[in-house]
Design a protein around this ligand. Structure first.
Ligand SMILES: C[C@@H](C(=O)O)C(=O)SCCNC(=O)CCNC(=O)[C@H](O)C(C)(C)COP(=O)(O)OP(=O)(O)OC[C@H]1O[C@@H](n2cnc3c(N)ncnc32)[C@H](O)[C@@H]1OP(=O)(O)O
Ligand SMILES: [Co+2]
Length: 134
């Protein structure tokens, strides 16, 4: 794993949380982007080498809607940047980690992503992400 690429934070309303995080971090939100396949709208902040990703659900079946309903707002996942996502997925599957998607899928911010089930990672949802090339 190269670094923590971003921390995902589930929120109820970006409209409220974006200004709050702008004040907290003292840096502007540099991008908002919808990811239809995940049912989320995201907002990104640069913090040093890593990012904060705020996530608001855009439909009731969204993992973020379920999470907020059950646990409330808060840290949802940690995303690690990897050099080669397919090699990393193979390596982790062979070690017994449960991959939530068998092939890399499109994430926000020009990334290919794969999630690991929190039940195999001490209750922490992990995202692998690789910059899309070409
Ligand atoms: C845009 C993209 C990007 O960065 O580019 C993103 O981040 S998209 C971010 C949104 N997309 C995703 O999260 C995709 C991956 N997530 C998923 O597939 C799902 O959310 C699962 C993690 C499999 C959970 O779904 P499921 O329907 O099974 O929910 P559930 O509510 O029944 O939860 C099953 C168990 O997992 C726990 N659980 C659920 N979400 C969790 C989370 N974020 N962190 C830690 N534990 C979590 C529940 O408390 C429960 O534990 P107990 O059994 O102990 O009660
Ligand atoms: Co993420």
């Amino acid at each position: 794993m190269l670094k923590i690429e971003h921390l995902g934070i589930a929120v109820k309303k970006l409209q409220d949380s974006v200004p709050l995080f702008e004040q907290l971090l003292n840096t502007p939100c540099y991008k908002t982007e919808g990811v239809e396949s995940e049912g989320v709208m995201t907002a990104f902040f640069q913090t040093g080498d890593s990012k904060i990703e705020l996530l608001e659900a855009t439909k009731p079946e969204s993992p973020i809607a379920k999470f907020v309903e059950k646990k409330g707002e808060g840290i949802h996942h940690i995303a690690f940047e990897v050099e080669n996502i397919e090699a990393e997925m193979k390596r982790l599957a062979a070690l017994g980690f449960e991959l939530l998607n068998e092939v890399p899928k499109n994430g926000a911010d020009n990334k290919l992503v794969c999630f690991l089930h929190p039940k195999t990672t001490n209750g922490v949802l992990i995202e692998l992400c690789q910059e899309k090339r070409g």
